[in-house]
Design a binder for this molecule. Sequence first.
Ligand code: CLF
Ligand code: SF4
Length: 493
Amino acid sequence: MAAPAISVESLTGARVSDQLLVSAKSGGCASSSCGSSTRPDDVDPAIWDKIKDHPCFSEEAHHYFARMHVAVAPACNVQCNYCNRKYDCANESRPGVVSEKLTPHQAIRKVIAVANEVPQLSVLGIAGPGDACYDWEKTKATFERVVREIPDLRLCVSTNGLALPDHVDELADMNVDHVTITINMVDPEIGAKIYPWIFYDRRRYCGIEAARILHERQMLGLEMLSARGILTKINSVMIPGVNDQHLIEVNKWVRQRGAFLHNVMPLISDPAHGTHYGLTGQRGPNAMEMKALQDRLEGGAKLMRHCRQCRADAVGLLGEDRGQEFTLGHIPGELTYDASKREAYRELVADERRDHLAARTEANGVVKIASSGKSLLIGVATKGGGRVNEHFGHAKEFQVYEASARGIKFVGHRKVEQYCLGGWGEKAILDGVIAALEGVDIVLCVKIGDCPKDQLAAAGIRATDAYGHDYIETAISSIYAAESGVQALAATA
Ligand code: CLF
Ligand code: SF4
């Protein structure tokens, strides 16, 4: 049967940058960069080939590509004080949370359904809700089927590392080229405050002995992956007063063992979650504490700052979760993979990325030249595509960039409650948004009303919708140059 005709609208739906659609309709690439590579100059070609469409391993790619998780691995061999896999809530976004566990057979149906409908899909990850390497048979069965059905989907695994060394060769055989290990300590005394027990070699270990075994297995697994050229990312949960300062040591250890990225994430802790830390009042770090630690880690293992701490059944671009559209009840019994939308999207997006790279390079140059030693934190409302393209009141998060003498750098995101629902905004929600934007100097969005704008101003945060649909970096460079008094540069940015 012939593939149905594809329109740009049907490819991307409402979620991808409106500007991307405009660009695609008008013939795509508008700059003189056509024909050039999308690879930034400072990235090795072989590495770029592996990360260019992985939304977690490349900050740039996360504007364009989506991941999905299938919750096939519920069993776990470690107990972390911040985890409770029983919690299930459709609105809760954090690791371990799922709406439904899947068998490998159900997972394949879901992967095909998502691949047919979400053109940005590039990566299939197994991240629990338990441990993908401990619940290995289900992880392996799922990957083997997916490789047969959708061979160009990248495979990704997230693990606590305890069972990892047993499966590194199989991971390599299946072409799993991205693995995440959660490493919260390299000192078993600190580990004993995070892990009450582990289950290893058919018995349970507690306390320092448990943490020592876990540490040794994590380091062994990391070294084995590095030796096989598999890209590794280390996730570390920042737990104030427990391991926050220690993560500097962790960063050194994992860098020495070949880790590609280090992702420091804030502890999520709430009594309602029923976790040990939640029930005992262990707090998580605030946004500025996170940023301060990440800034101290600069210069060590390369940092990931765009993690969204996804559910184990997340679907979509990072920062959005379309998982509820693809629960088993929404998926037809019989499905055939149709590659047409994903293929067409990739063609569209390649032009856009080349254009974006040229704009980013130019904007960084403007900021470096204009620098007066001042640094600005800018919060951006975006729904993807690297553009300022979301309304202030519709934003569920703000991406935060820092502009300084070093150029423009993505430094994190701030999750917020959507302020404007059904055309009117709630004051209490706006107060929460303003609190979440602590430290931010300027907010960029595609539209903002006078009322929220005034209240932001009263809290010392300026907001503007003057750069709607611009590339984020282009907008930032214009503002930075103007703030630095370099009006001529601002005009050309
Ligand atoms: Fe999933 Fe993890 Fe692979 Fe990404 S998530 S298994 S590496 S495909 Fe990504 Fe989500 Fe952060 Fe994980 S944003 S929690 S880092
Ligand atoms: Fe939860 Fe993962 Fe820790 Fe297991 S290893 S207890 S699934 S966070």
